[in-house]
Design a protein around this ligand. Structure first.
Ligand code: BDP
Length: 701
C-alpha cells in the first residue's frame, strides 16, 4: 500500500455487505464499442472485482436479475426502451436508477454521451466504495460548471513550481513515443471526480510549449486522456510570437501578431482536434502581456479568443496580476485592473480569479472580484498544492477552505449572492451579453511520488477540488467522508475520528501560522517556515512587514476607509461589516484593521493574549491529530500508517517552530508578557531569523 491507487483502491467490502452487493451486480452490460465505453467497462470490471471479489460476467444485453447496464439510449435498445428523461443532463450528466428490464431488476447508468455514462459508472462504484445501499436508486447528476481543470505548474524540464510531490509526471523527453501507463491512471483518477481538462504546463511558461515538437507530445497525452473526457490545454506565453515566431512585437493589435496566433491555433487544432485552449498569466510578476504595448487585458485575451474560437477553444485569462509600480495595497490591484473591462471580453474568455486577493493564504476573505464583473464569467482558481499551508508534510484538508470561499456571500444582489453562484453562473445568468461559460481550476499537487500528491492526505485535496468543481454546493465534511471510506476503510471507528481530524486541520494551520487574519508571513522565496521579519528586497509587497505592519501600538493591515480602503471593493453591506473593527469576523480582524495590542476580543482577552493562545491552539491541534492517528494503527496498513505518523511528527515540530518564532518576533513590538501558562519560545529571535533553507522545494525556476 503505497498510495498509488488513490481513492480507486477498490478494496474488498465488508463481508456482511458482500452478498447484497453481488446480487446487484450479477452481469455487466456496456454495449457501446467506443474507447470511452471500453474504459467504462474496464473500470467497472476492475472496481467490482476488487470490491466484490469477482467481476461479473459481461454481456451484450441484460438477461439476469441484478444486471448493471451502462450507456446511452442510442447504444442500447434496453436502455432506450426505458424512455428515461435525460433532458437537462447535457453531455456530461447521468442517471443511476434501479429499474426493471424485461421484468427483471436491474441497475442502469444512462446518459446522453459515453462520457456521461463513464461519470455515472464512477458514481455507481463510489456507492459501493462508501457502503451505500444499491436498492431503489434514483440519482440524477449533472455538473454545475463546464470547465473543470487542473493547472499543472510544471516546467518542461519537469521541475514543478510549488510542487512537493517530486518532479512532473509529464515525461516530455520520452513523449510522444513512450506513453507512461501512469497517464492512464491519471486520467482515470480525474474522470472519477469529474475533472474534464488539464493545463499541462506552468503559468510561468516558456514559449517552447507551443512549438511543433511539444505539440506532438501534447497530442500524445491528449490521445490518452480523450476516452476519459479530458481535454488538454496549454499555458501560452504572451510573447511567443517574438520568441518562437520571429516577430518584432507581441502587440495584440498588430495584424501580424494576430495572424501569427490564428495560424498557431490552426496548427494546434490540426495536431489536437479537441484542444481545450489557453491559460494565460500576463503582466503579472514579470510575465509579458498586452500592457507592455499599452493595451488592455481585454485586448490580449480577445486576440487569443478570436484565434481559438473558430475551433471551439477558450481562453482562461488570469486576474492574478500586480504591476511593478509600488501599490498602496496589492490586495486592490486585480479589481482595479479588471472591473473597468467588464463586458468587453470575448465570449470565449473566462477570467480566472484566485479565491482571495493576495495569494492562496491559509485563510483569505473571498476575492472582491467575485460579483463585481456581472457581464464576465469568472472562473475560480483554488490551489490544491499547499504552497502556504506547510507543503505536503502538514496535514491540512482544504475542503473546508474551498467550502468557506464558495459559501461566502458577496451580497452583490442581496443576501444569498454566494461565490458559488457567481462561479456556476446562476447569479448573473440574466446579464445581457454574458457568456454562458463557467469553470473552476485547481493548481495541481501531483508529481512522480508513488502516492501522487507527496502525502497520503494531500490526495484528499485533489479529490475535494474535483468534487466541488462538479458541484460547488457539496459539503466539505461529506466529501471528506467519501474520501476516507474510499481511500482507507469504511469502518466507522476509523472514519469518524479521521474525518473529524481533517475537518479542523486547516484551521489549525491558520492558528499556528497566521491567526486572526494575519497573512503572508512565510520564509522569503521558498515560502517554507515562518518569516514575519522578512523585509527589504525588490518589492515591498513581497515582504512580511508590508502585510502585518506590527508596531508598538498594534498589528494588522488597515484596509478600512481610514487605510487603503480595500473594503470599498466589496458590496456595501460586506464593506460595512469588514470595515468596522467591531463587526468584522475575528478571523479577518488583522486582514482589515490595524488593531491595538490591548483591543478586547470576543473572548474578553486582549488581542495580544488571544494571538498567543491561537498559536498554541494550532500546535495543540496537531498534537491531538498525532494521538488520534496513533490510536488508529490497527485500522490502516502499516505502510501508510507509518508515513502519516512520521509526517504528523514533522508537522508538530514545524507548528511549534511557527508558533515560537512568531511569538518571539511579535513580542518585540507588543512588549507584553505571555499569558499565564504559555511557554516562552525556547530560542532567541536571532536564532529563528538565522535559519536558512536554500534548498527548500518549490521555488526554483
Ligand atoms: C504564487 C506563487 C508563484 C506563482 C504565482 C502565480 O508563489 O510561484 O507563479 O503565485 O499564481 O502563489 O502566478
Amino acid at each position: 500500500e503505497d498510495g498509488y491507487d488513490l481513492w480507486l483502491r477498490y478494496a474488498p467490502v465488508h463481508e456482511s455487505r458482500l452478498a447484497g452487493y453481488r446480487a446487484h451486480a450479477t452481469e455487466l452490460v456496456v454495449p457501446a464499442d467506443t474507447a470511452t465505453a471500453r474504459a467504462t467497462r474496464d473500470e467497472l470490471a476492475r472496481g467490482l472485482r476488487g470490491l466484490l471479489g469477482q467481476a461479473p460476467a459481461t454481456a451484450a444485453r441484460a438477461r439476469r436479475d441484478g444486471a448493471v447496464v451502462v450507456g446511452t439510449p442510442a447504444s442500447s435498445p434496453q436502455l432506450a426502451a426505458l424512455k428515461l428523461d435525460l433532458s437537462g443532463l447535457g453531455e456530461e450528466g447521468y442517471l443511476v436508477r434501479s429499474v426493471r428490464i424485461d421484468g427483471r431488476p436491474a441497475t442502469v447508468v444512462v446518459a446522453n454521451s459515453d462520457v456521461g455514462a463513464l461519470y455515472g459508472a464512477f458514481h455507481f462504484l463510489r456507492l459501493i466504495q462508501t457502503a451505500q445501499p444499491l436498492a431503489a436508486l434514483d440519482i440524477r447528476e449533472a455538473p454545475r460548471t463546464q470547465v473543470r481543470v487542473l493547472n499543472h505548474w510544471d516546467n518542461l524540464d519537469r521541475y514543478v513550481e510549488r510542487g512537493y510531490a517530486g518532479e512532473s509526471i509529464w515525461d516530455w523527453h520520452r513523449l510522444p513515443d513512450w506513453k507512461d501507463p501512469r497517464y492512464t491512471d491519471y486520467a482515470r483518477a480525474n474522470a472519477s471526480i469529474g475533472i474534464n481538462g488539464t493545463v499541462l504546463n506552468n503559468v510561468n511558461t516558456s514559449a517552447q510549449a507551443l512549438t511543433p515538437a511539444y505539440l506532438e507530445k501534447t497530442a500524445a497525452l491528449a490521445e490518452v486522456f480523450r476516452p476519459f473526457g479530458i481535454k488538454v490545454y496549454l499555458s501560452a506565453r504572451f510573447s511567443a510570437p517574438i520568441e518562437i515566431g520571429g516577430l518584432e512585437t507581441a502587440d495584440p493589435l498588430d495584424p501580424a501578431v494576430r495572424r501569427w496566433w490564428k495560424a498557431k491555433a490552426e496548427e494546434i487544432y490540426r495536431t489536437i482536434p479537441d484542444f481545450g485552449g489557453f491559460l494565460v498569466k500576463a503582466n503579472s510578476e514579470g510575465q509579458p502581456g498586452p500592457q507592455d504595448y499599452g493595451r488592455s487585458h481585454a485586448d490580449g485575451a480577445n486576440m487569443l479568443a478570436e484565434a481559438l474560437a473558430p475551433h471551439g477553444g477558450i481562453v482562461m485569462w488570469r486576474a492574478f496580476v500586480y504591476s511593478h509600480e509600488e501599490p498602496d495595497d496589492r490586495a486592490k490591484q486585480a479589481y482595479n485592473e479588471f472591473v473597468p473591462f467588464d463586458g468587453q471580453f470575448h465570449d470565449r474568455v473566462l477570467v480566472q480569479v484566485k479565491n482571495g486577493a493576495i495569494d492562496f493564504q491559509p485563510r483569505e476573505p473571498f476575492h472582491p472580484l467575485f460579483g463585481a464583473m456581472p457581464k464576465t464569467p469568472l472562473m475560480m482558481e483554488f490551489q490544491i498544492t499547499k504552497e502556504y499551508l506547510g507543503f505536503a508534510t502538514h496535514l491540512a484538508y482544504k475542503g473546508t477552505l474551498y467550502e468557506e470561499v464558495l459559501r461566502a456571500d458577496t451580497q452583490v444582489r442581496g443576501p444569498g449572492s454566494t461565490v458559488a453562484r457567481v462561479i456556476d453562473g446562476t447569479l448573473e445568468a440574466g446579464e445581457p451579453g454574458r457568456s454562458p461559460l463557467t469553470g473552476m481550476a485547481g493548481v495541481a499537487n501531483i508529481g512522480v511520488d508513488r502516492n501522487w500528491s507527496g502525502s497520503h492526505f494531500d490526495q484528499a485535496n485533489w479529490f475535494a477540488f474535483g468534487r466541488l468543481a462538479w458541484d460547488p454546493y457539496l459539503e466539505a465534511q461529506a466529501i471528506a467522508e467519501e474520501w476516507v471510506k474510499m481511500t482507507f476503510t469504511t469502518d466507522p471507528a476509523f472514519v469518524g475520528p479521521v474525518v473529524a481530524m481533517m475537518m479542523g486541520s486547516r484551521e489549525a494551520v491558520v492558528d499556528y501560522m497566521t491567526p486572526l487574519g494575519l497573512h503572508h508571513l512565510m520564509g522569503r522565496g521558498h515560502h517554507y517556515g515562518p518569516g514575519p521579519w522578512v523585509a527589504g528586497g525588490p518589492r515591498a509587497d513581497w515582504t512580511s512587514v508590508y502585510y502585518h505592519r506590527a508596531d508598538d501600538k498594534g498589528i494588522g493591515f488597515d484596509r478600512s476607509v481610514n487605510g487603503s480602503d480595500a473594503v470599498a471593493q466589496y458590496a456595501p453591506p460586506v464593506a460595512a461589516q469588514f470595515g468596522d473593527i467591531d463587526a468584522v469576523p475575528e478571523e479577518f480582524l488583522l486582514w482589515f484593521h490595524h488593531v491595538p495590542w490591548d483591543h478586547r476580543m470576543a473572548s474578553g482577552r486582549t488581542l495580544w493574549d488571544e494571538l498567543v493562545l491561537r498559536y498554541g491552539r494550532g500546535v495543540d491541534y496537531v498534537k491531538g491529530m498525532r494521538s488520534t492517528w496513533d490510536g488508529l494503527a490497527g485500522h490502516v496498513d502499516p505502510e501508510r500508517h507509518a508515513q502519516v505518523a512520521a509526517f504528523l511528527a514533522i508537522q508538530e515540530k514545524e507548528a511549534q517552530w511557527w508558533r515560537d518564532a512568531s511569538i518571539a518576533y511579535f513580542q518585540t513590538f507588543s512588549k507584553r508578557p505571555l499569558p499565564a501558562g504559555q511557554a516562552a519560545p525556547p530560542h532567541s529571535l536571532e536564532y529563528y531569523e538565522s535559519l536558512q533553507f536554500p534548498f527548500a522545494p518549490g521555488d526554483g525556476k
